[in-house]
Ligand binder design. Structure first.
Ligand SMILES: Nc1ncnc2c1ncn2[C@@H]1O[C@H](COP(=O)(O)OP(=O)(O)OP(=O)(O)O)[C@@H](O)[C@H]1O
Length: 254
């Protein structure tokens, strides 16, 4: 199976500090790929390279098997790659519809086309089976952490995205909200999207992912199917970059 999004042999330095060394990442349509690694392993940097925020020094990015140039978030957006960052970049003083269309508002003549934006926002939320928000005209400041995360994810999928990258979507959430967001993550993949989930939480990783890509000190420690590994083996990959009993071939389960 060809990955929908693939990063190959990515090198990235900040000044004299090399942060990514020949890093590999494959994400497949219809699957959740968990990107794991300790603090500072390079997860955010890799995602920002793929999302066009940082230029790569070397390596290549492929979309649906074709090499592509991603020089800006706009390039990434045109390919259908959207990233939901931890800070979510939502505006508290705007409502859900205004946030979902922020910077990409629909117009009819000189006026905003509120009806069509409302309808599309509604349709997107219901296609994701989101029933947790009372009204799409609610101000974002009145939403809970889980609801905010949901709106940020819905905003990312509104634009015909094909790959959605989520940076620690459950980090700030309680148990019930975490379960809701993980359910949404699973649903995104089930609708055919390739989902990349950055996470530190092994329970989340094992609850929703199909594959795991582990980084260790800026290198790919392994890319494995979740069903082929145990919690303990993944923890070992994260903490030492190795897992002796996995029988990996070039970092991949044979
Ligand atoms: N803009 C930057 N300039 C210099 N160094 C950076 C920059 N961004 C990240 N780094 C360094 O790159 C390394 C990888 O950081 P990165 O944020 O990608 O790790 P991470 O795996 O996402 O960590 P965390 O889980 O803590 O978010 C770290 O050593 C960090 O200090």
């Amino acid at each position: 199976m060809t990955p929908l999004l693939e990063a190959r042999r990515i090198d990235k330095s900040f000044g004299p500090v090399k942060v990514l060394h020949q890093v590999e990442l494959s994400a497949y349509a219809g699957e959740v790929t968990a990107l794991v690694g300790d603090n500072g392993a390079g997860k955010s940097t890799l995602v920002k390279c793929v999302g066009g925020i940082y230029p790569i020094d070397d390596g290549e990015i492929l979309f649906d098997g074709r090499p592509v140039q991603v020089h800006s978030p706009r390039d990434a957006g045109e390919l259908g790659v959207e990233i939901v960052y931890q800070d979510l970049a939502l505006c508290d003083n705007l409502d859900i519809v205004q946030n979902m269309f922020l910077g990409r508002e629909r117009r009819r003549g000189p006026l905003l086309d509120e009806d069509s934006m409302e309808e599309l926002a509604e349709r997107t939320l219901s296609s994701l089976s989101v029933r947790t928000v009372k009204s799409i005209r609610q101000q974002v400041s009145s939403l809970s952490g889980g609801q905010r995360q949901t709106v940020a994810i819905a905003k990312a999928v509104l634009w015909n995205s094909k790959v959605v990258i989520l940076d620690e979507p459950t980090a700030a959430l309680g148990v019930a909200q975490t379960a809701q967001v993980l359910e949404l993550v699973r649903r995104l993949a089930d609708t055919g999207l390739a989902v990349v989930l950055i996470s530190h939480n092994m329970n989340d990783v094992f609850a929703v992912s199909d594959r795991i890509a582990a980084l260790y000190l800026g290198r790919t420690a392994a890319q494995v199917k979740t069903a082929d590994v145990t919690h303990a083996q993944v923890v070992e990959l994260i903490t030492s970059g190795r897992s002796g009993d996995l029988g990996l071939k070039n970092g991949v389960t044979p």
